[in-house]
Design a protein around this ligand. Structure first.
Ligand code: APR
Length: 246
């Protein structure tokens, strides 16, 4: 039997076969093998023009210098433009037709789950491919507007638009966390893939699933604060491990 396959316990294989309601929470690590820099653990997304990402990606910076925030996200989008989903994204997309109830919750703003074919994705932190009006809230795909000269004007009310991404110091999109938490409280199997599990409220989702009796599986090359809470820890890269589950 392939060495990798031994990684997956017989218990997990059985639960994977029997499960109907499955929740998957992903973080930057699920996109690492596609070439997207992670935020922590030396992933390289840490500093922009001398500013730590927590500063440039903050509500305070949005107030102070909206064009600078656009420049940062235009740079990130430029990095993403040529990147493709990896076998981890593809495996998860394949699960949506396998389980009666698959809930995919992501902290990622890169859109790679959708690019891999995932139809329903709860984007807890928004999307780098969307803009939102600061006044009327009108949303717009950035593929349909020019974002290179600072803040694009809203097509509805001409006020400036901002990246439709959750910045540090901001609330999550209305209802996103609540929907994810409700699914976590009723799932049998919860996968936590490629997250350092330090940013809340996202990191509370596997805790809710565990408290409700779900079998929690962490996939990460490094230990996280969630590892001790998990029923099973699969140590390694998501793109190599997830396809082993079939
Ligand atoms: N497969 C699985 N996990 C991986 C891989 C891989 N190939 N490569 C790295 N990882 C793991 C790292 O070990 C780390 O634990 O992915 C995790 C990435 O952690 P972070 O960079 O902290 O990303 P994330 O947990 O998604 O951050 C949460 O913080 O900065 C904010 O809004 C941002 O959504 C982000 C949130």
């Amino acid at each position: 039997m392939q060495a990798g396959r031994k990684l997956i316990s017989a218990e997990l294989r059985q639960r994977f076969c029997d499960a109907r309601n499955v929740l998957v929470l992903t973080g930057a690590g699920v996109s690492a093998e596609s070439g997207v820099p992670t935020f922590r653990g030396g992933g390289g997304a840490g500093v922009w023009k001398g500013l730590p990402f927590e500063v440039i990606s903050s509500a305070e910076m949005l107030e102070r210098d909206l064009p600078a925030v656009w420049e940062w996200f235009n740079y990130r989008r430029g990095l993403l433009e040529a990147l493709k989903p990896n076998p981890a994204h593809e495996a998860i997309a394949g699960w949506q037709d396998r389980f009666g109830g698959l809930t995919l919750v992501t902290q990622n703003i890169d859109g790679l789950h959708q690019a891999a074919g995932s139809r329903e994705v709860i984007e807890l932190h928004g999307s780098i491919w969307r803009a939102r009006c600061v006044r009327c809230g009108q949303g717009q795909s950035v593929r349909e507007i020019s974002v290179d000269d600072g803040a694009p004007p809203c097509l509805a009310c001409a006020s400036p638009m901002r990246p439709d991404v959750v910045l540090f110091g901001e609330m999550l999109p209305a209802g996103a966390f609540e929907r994810a938490a409700a699914k976590a409280a009723s799932c049998e199997l919860c996968f936590v893939i490629g997250t350092s599990a330090v940013v809340y409220p996202a990191a509370a989702i596997p805790e809710i699933a565990r408290a409700a009796g779900a079998y929690v599986v962490e996939v990460n090359p490094e230990r996280t604060p969630l590892s001790d809470l998990s029923d099973e820890v699969l140590t390694g890269n998501a793109g190599e491990i997830l396809p082993l589950l079939g």
